[in-house]
Ligand binder design. Structure first.
Ligand SMILES: [Fe+2]
Ligand SMILES: [Fe+2]
Length: 286
């Protein structure tokens, strides 16, 4: 269990990012001037607030079955962190919608109704298994983002990096909470692995499809097909995707637990880097 916060539990920090600053995310292709990479990141950021709210609903559905006081506190920390992630990503997302990224539809009342219908159609254990699997995705991506110098050196707006590093760090802090809640509520290995297998099967088609739709709605991208092809090749051969699928697949091993992947040292490093005495995000805390 990753419990390196001073309280011993994942803790929702009261934090605020400032995307209203003139220099923040005012360049359309805000990740390295790269069209495809920027669309990919915008899509990811657009999907976080509604996705994270679904994660919160999934743990609330089984909350009354959790009796262990430690796990209850960890769940409270998880809920607080995910709610804050959603709120802060919404600020970036507003900016991204202004810049022309077609992500606004992901976070509408209509979309929420659709998500609630899907959640209502599956059992609470399947819903929670979807969250636990999604948390493995975010933990794997977070570890990559926080470990790779190649990723950290990608030029982007400083406030964008601040948001991403903070989010990645907290994803590692709570990476096993939904998993442990699933187990404590009686979730079986069969359900856990079957749900991940289904999600795994659609990962690449969904990523390619969403990215293609996003790019197709960008008039500049439509005029530059060769650039799009070149940048797409670089993205899928680059440090985000290289070797990603085998790492995601580790979750399907029977007996797997998120803490089998030791990220404690990495987490400790970033907790000091961002929120230690001279941490770069101390001035962002409210
Ligand atoms: Fe999150
Ligand atoms: Fe998370």
């Amino acid at each position: 269990m990753a419990v390196l916060t001073p309280t011993g539990y994942p803790k929702a920090r009261r934090i605020s990012f400032r995307f209203d600053q003139p220099e923040s995310a005012d360049r359309k292709y805000f990740v390295d001037g790269d069209m495809v990479f920027s669309h990919f990141v915008a899509g990811l950021s657009g999907s976080f607030p509604p996705g994270e709210e679904s994660f919160i609903r999934s743990v609330r559905r089984i909350a009354d079955r959790i009796t262990d006081p430690t796990l209850k506190k960890r769940i409270a920390g998880f809920v607080g962190q995910e709610a804050t992630h959603g709120n802060e990503h919404r600020k970036l997302n507003e900016k991204l919608v202004e810049l022309g990224y077609p992500i606004g539809w992901l976070d509408t009342e209509d979309q929420l109704r659709r998500m609630l219908r899907i959640e209502g159609a599956v059992s609470e254990m399947v819903h929670l298994a979807m969250t636990a699997a999604a948390e493995h995705y975010t933990a794997v991506l977070a570890e990559r983002v926080l470990t790779s110098d190649e990723i950290q050196s990608i030029p982007a707006e400083p406030e964008f990096w601040n948001l991403l590093n903070w989010h990645a760090m907290e994803e590692l802090e709570h990476k096993s909470v939904a998993f442990d809640a699933f187990r404590a509520a009686g979730g079986t290995e069969g359900t856990r692995i079957a749900v991940m297998a289904a999600m795994y099967a659609i990962t690449l088609p969904l990523t390619y499809g969403a990215l293609a739709v996003s790019l197709a709605r960008d008039p500049i991208a439509r005029r530059r097909p060769l650039r799009v092809a070149r940048e797409a090749y670089s993205l899928f051969r680059g440090p985000i995707f290289r070797g990603l699928l085998p790492q995601l697949a580790q979750y399907m091993r029977p007996g797997f637990h998120p803490d089998d992947i030791d990220t404690d040292q990495l987490l400790s490093h970033w907790q000091t880097e961002l929120f230690g005495e001279n941490g770069v995000l101390v001035d962002h805390l409210k």
